[in-house]
Write a protein that binds this ligand. Structure first.
Ligand SMILES: [Zn+2]
Ligand SMILES: [Zn+2]
Length: 211
């Protein structure tokens, strides 16, 4: 599996492009900005994009998706509990003080934790991890976890935005993510990579060395 990181958009949010070398299928996780670098990477690998999955509905993770959807002709998915956020994209931008004229993706499709996606013959599992937003999820592909704004390198996502809950976030981290194997690599929505074992110890909010 090839994983490419593209920090894009208004605040440099990580978009992740996954390419399965055998089937040449690709999946994009979050897209906060211009899709052209992703198009180049797909062409370089002779791969075709299957769909766009979202870790949650915040503007900085979805801003480039309407254009990408037209360019690649692919469906866009978000957890059912974050559909309202995607549909409120213009309102979100206004609230965060950005004067950007953007449309949300069209024909938005929703999923729940019961659903799984595929890239080639590999499974993409959905872990519902509410707290940062009600419909925040992490995607688990083998030993790779795409954590959105739920878990960061030594940190966690904010819970003071609309629909956020620290109690839920705490539960998501402790009962779901920290139950995963230590050697799982974590690819967050912002900043650098980490892994589960490291965060179990050193996370500033939930690490065993800090409690
Ligand atoms: Zn967010
Ligand atoms: Zn974000």
């Amino acid at each position: 599996m090839i994983v490419k990181t593209f920090p894009l958009g208004l605040i440099g949010t990580n978009a992740y492009l996954l390419i399965d070398e055998e089937s040449k299928e690709a999946v994009l996780i979050d897209l906060g900005g211009d899709y052209h670098a992703i198009k180049d990477e797909l062409e370089k690998n002779n791969a075709s994009l299957k769909y766009i999955l979202n870790t949650h509905g915040h503007f900085d993770h979805i801003l480039g998706e309407r254009d990408a959807q037209e360019a690649f002709n692919v469906p866009v998915y978000v957890h059912e509990d974050d559909k309202f956020l995607v549909q409120n994209l213009p309102k979100q931008l206004e609230r965060f003080g950005f004067v950007e004229n953007a449309l949300p993706p069209e024909n938005l499709k929703t999923f729940s934790e019961k659903d799984t996606f595929k890239i080639g013959d590999k499974e993409i599992k959905v872990l519902h991890t509410p707290g940062h937003t009600p419909g925040s999820v992490c995607f688990l592909v083998g030993k790779l976890l795409f954590s959105g704004d739920t878990l960061f390198y030594t940190s966690v996502g904010r819970t003071d935005f609309e629909g956020g809950s620290f109690a839920q976030l705490s539960n998501s981290i402790k009962e779901k993510l920290f139950k995963l194997d230590d050697d799982i690599d974590v690819y967050p929505g912002h900043d650098s990579k980490t892994n589960i074992g490291y965060e179990k110890k050193y996370n500033c909010y939930f690490g065993s060395n800090n409690i």
